[in-house]
Design a protein around this ligand. Structure first.
Ligand code: P1T
Length: 379
């Protein structure tokens, strides 16, 4: 089936109880059992039918065998990291969401798991960072906030030649969404999402998802999901399921408007540099054209006037809301160094304080441009 059809129907069938077309919100903590040990559902941390539908939906969209849902993107990331043991090592993109850097450095390092950050687009740098105990390669593509890309198929190929147990290739697909790329089809082992973003799509829910094909890995992650218990409630699962039904429609608009706005920004006198994979000036534009179906709704740019100008711009838009997060129908603006990426301050991953990040929503792009123009003029 085509992606648009999977978005509407994937993993979701009319409810067997009463034929409800939309998956019901099974707001219950426990399930009555006729006989001990025979029930399909017993306790809602272990499984809940609304969550099952969401897990099937993400599996369908990522062309995966298995899906798992969590209380947040960070809970999904944490569950993947629990595959590692003290003494293990991981290699990660040198530009990642601040919270991802924080969990690597300030949670897992204390448990003896080390992370090395590399330019993920440079295969020789990745190869050079591999150690005998490297168990995992953590990739964001595009990265948050600099929109750097990594060649997923080339990384998968590199890892195939590594001695067993070879490192797992994990892709955080939050910025792209499965509309733009499906990393498992390119050879990744595990896909992670903050479904808070494009999958939910309406800035009304915090949620995380994992998709993968390997049965053994799935069994381990499912065990961790239940044993650790960072599961989403049924209302949250319902909201993401509802968001997914229009993912393809929203993404097409996000991509078209972001390309239009990025092109416009590039010629604005108050802008020093624009980061957007859809621009021919992006150093990996060719890879973007090859790997991505559309270039996404995220743009970053450097304000010519520096950190102060970046703050002034972010505080003076009227249509773009000054807020963290991304991927919703409404446009958002933020300054990563002072907001989403505070955790990387003073680290090698520190973000330029003159950088402004945009999440382009589905409003009329001309209105968005007019808003940015008045904010940039005042900078
Ligand atoms: O916020 P949460 O649902 O827990 O997801 C964390 C997360 C994971 N991965 C990426 C690439 C992310 O961007 C995020 C969350 N990011 C923001 C809140 C933000 O504004 O960048």
């Amino acid at each position: 089936m085509h992606f648009d059809t999977l978005a509407v129907h994937g993993g979701q069938e009319p409810d067997p109880a009463f034929g409800a077309v939309m998956t019901p919100i099974y707001q219950t903590s426990t399930f009555a059992q006729h006989r001990i040990g025979e029930a399909k559902y017993d306790y809602a941390r272990t499984a809940n039918p609304t969550r099952t539908a969401l897990q099937r939906a993400i599996a369908a969209l990522e062309h995966a065998k298995h899906g798992l849902a969590f209380a947040s993107g960070m809970a999904a990331i944490d569950t993947v990291l629990r595959l590692l043991k003290p003494g293990d090592h991981l290699v990660a993109s040198n530009d990642v969401y601040g919270g991802t850097y924080r969990i690597f450095k300030r949670v897992y390092e204390d448990y003896g798991v080390r992370a090395t950050f590399v330019e993920m687009g440079d295969l020789s740098a990745v190869r050079a960072a591999l150690e005998p105990r490297t168990r995992l390669i953590w990739v964001e593509t595009p990265t948050n906030p600099l929109l750097k890309l990594a060649d997923i198929a080339a990384l998968a190929e590199l890892l195939r030649s590594q001695p067993l147990p070879r490192p797992l290739l994990v892709v955080d697909n939050t910025f792209a969404s499965p509309f733009i790329q499906q990393p498992l089809r390119l050879g990744a082992d595990i896909v992670v999402h903050s479904a808070t973003k494009y999958l939910g799509g309406h800035s009304d829910v915090v949620n995380g998802l994992i998709a993968l094909n390997d049965d053994e890995l799935h069994a381990r992650l499912k065990f961790l999901q239940n044993a650790v218990g960072a599961v989403p409630g049924p209302l949250d699962c319902f909201l993401v399921l509802r968001g997914i039904k229009t993912l393809h429609l929203r993404m097409a608009r996000h991509c078209a408007s972001a390309l239009r706005i990025a092109t416009w920004l590039e010629s604005h006198p108050a802008v020093a540099r624009v980061y957007y994979p859809g621009l021919p000036s992006h150093p990996q534009h060719e890879l973007a054209r090859r790997q991505m179906h559309g270039f996404g709704g995220m743009i970053a740019f450097l304000a010519k006037g520096g950190a102060e100008a970046a703050r002034r711009i972010a505080e003076s838009t009227r249509l773009f809301t000054l807020a963290e997060s991304l991927g919703g129908v409404e446009s958002l603006i933020e300054v990563p160094a002072a907001m989403t990426h505070l955790s990387v301050a003073q680290s090698p991953l520190a973000v330029d304080p003159a950088l402004v990040r945009l999440s382009v929503g589905v409003e009329d792009p001309e209105d968005l441009i007019a808003d940015l123009d008045q904010a940039l003029r005042g900078s």
